[in-house]
Structure formats: C-alpha cells, structure tokens
Design a protein around this ligand. Structure first.
Ligand SMILES: [Fe+2]
Length: 255
C-alpha cells in the first residue's frame, strides 16, 4: 500500500523527532503493509515552515538510513501546505512542492474555518496546472457544518484525502460520521494515515481499509488504492460524480 500523508522526516515538525523515530515509523509502516510513504511535513501552519527546497535531501537521508536498517519502505518527498495566499507563487519558486513532485498539492485548512479566498485559490492552482488535494476536510468544522462547500470544491476539481484514523481510532462521532459521508458521497479520493509517530498517531492504513471494505463497500477501497498510486505517478485519478450530503441539522430544523 501507499501512504500519501505522513510526518516521518526527523526533527522538522511535530512528527518524528530523530532519525531513530523515522526508522521505527518506517518499520511500523512495513508491518502495516505499506511499501511507499510520502513525507509531508507541515508548511506555513503557524508553527512549522518547511520549504520544498529542504525536503528532498532529508528524504534521501531517511531512505539511506532505511536501507542500512534493511527496512523495505521507500520515502518520497511531499509537503502539507496550510492554505495561504502565497501558495501559487511558492509552488512556482519550489518553496512549495507537490506529492512526489507531481501536480498534486496538499492543501490544509484550519480546524475551524474556510477562508473567503479559498475558492479563488483552488481555482488559480488549477489554472496553473496543479491539482489541490484538501487534506482531512473532516477536521474542519466549516465543512462539517456546510458540506455543500466541500461538494462545490470537489465539483470544481479539488481532490480530498480522508484520514485513516477516522475509521479506526477514537474520534468524535461527528468527525467519523462526516468521514463516512464523504466516502459514500464520492467527496473523498484517497485514504492516508497522517502518521506522526508509532503510538498515538500511527500507520493504520490496513485496519482503515478493512473497515471501509466491510462497512462502506469494497469498490471504494479499490478506488482509493488505485488513486494513491496514480497520484504519486502524476496520472489522472479515478473520479465518481460527487454527491451532496444532506445537512441533517438543517433538514431537521424544517420540521
Ligand atoms: Fe499532516
């Protein structure tokens, strides 16, 4: 399996602290059945800045260390960009980079809001040839409260990544429900772990796919597996027509 979202690079964000942590994470990924991990350190999230120019050499260092430790996991470069007005320019300058240097760019929203300029920014990214991949939209309150907003972004060409932990871990029921709704309504395109360490935020992709397979449909798993591969190869993803999630609160409020 391929995991598109991880914080496996050592000492540059709130993920792996040391190279030993990175090695232990990779070992855990291998046990989970993951052979390729995209390293997506935080960038411009208010706490961490990691330029795309600094990431590839650290990826090389981790890959060499994994080889020495005889761990059969390959790490690829990526980045988790918090949404900001400089993103298009930063991509042009190499300060921001796509997943494995592809046209697919991780875009993170805060847990609360979707800024007014988001629609325009997602549009501009695509005009410039990039494909925004909104990471863990289930965590953003504004999407949960107004799912039509996410539907609009997806309809307009954005992809989204749902977090494996939603299906396997202890998350608030509203987040789990929204994650499932996204899968059912074709509003998400890939499942990734967002692993930060080996205990609290681990690689749990296999368990997550098992859950989706049993509860939401095996065809979803096939699509997600395929899309992860296509994204790192810079190919077009499999897409199903996005459907609208009924806003249950609003619906109930009518009666
Ligand atoms: Fe992340």
């Amino acid at each position: 399996m391929i995991d598109l979202h991880s914080h496996i690079l050592p000492g540059i964000d709130d993920g792996a602290g040391t190279i030993q942590d990175s090695i232990e994470m990779a070992r855990a990924a291998q046990v989970n059945g993951i052979h390729t991990v995209v390293a997506t350190p935080h960038h411009k999230n208010g706490a961490w800045d990691n330029s795309g120019q600094d990431i590839p050499h650290l990826v090389d260092y981790v890959n060499e260390s994994l080889k020495s430790a005889r761990i059969d996991v390959k790490v690829l470069p990526g980045q988790e960009n918090r949404i900001n007005g400089e993103l298009v320019n930063d991509l042009k300058k190499g300060i921001s980079i796509g997943l494995n240097h592809s046209r697919y760019v991780f875009v993170e929203f805060s847990s609360a809001q979707v800024p007014r300029y988001a629609k325009q920014l997602l549009f501009e990214l695509q005009v410039e040839g990039y494909v925004p991949v909104i990471v863990h939209p289930e965590r953003t309150k504004a999407f949960r409260e107004e799912p039509d907003l996410l539907h609009e972004f997806v309809k307009n060409g954005a992809l989204t990544q749902v977090t494996a932990h939603c299906f396997t871990g202890k998350v608030h029921k509203s987040i789990k429900q929204f994650a499932e709704d996204m899968v059912i309504h074709n509003l998400t395109h890939v499942v990734s772990t967002d692993a930060h360490n080996i205990d609290m935020r681990p690689f749990d992709l296999r368990e997550s796919y098992d859950y989706i397979d049993h509860q939401l449909g095996s065809e979803c798993v096939d699509t997600f597996l395929e899309n992860a591969e296509r994204i790192i190869e810079n190919r077009d993803p499999l897409l199903d027509e996005p459907l609208k999630i009924k806003n249950k609160k609003k619906f109930l409020g009518l009666f």
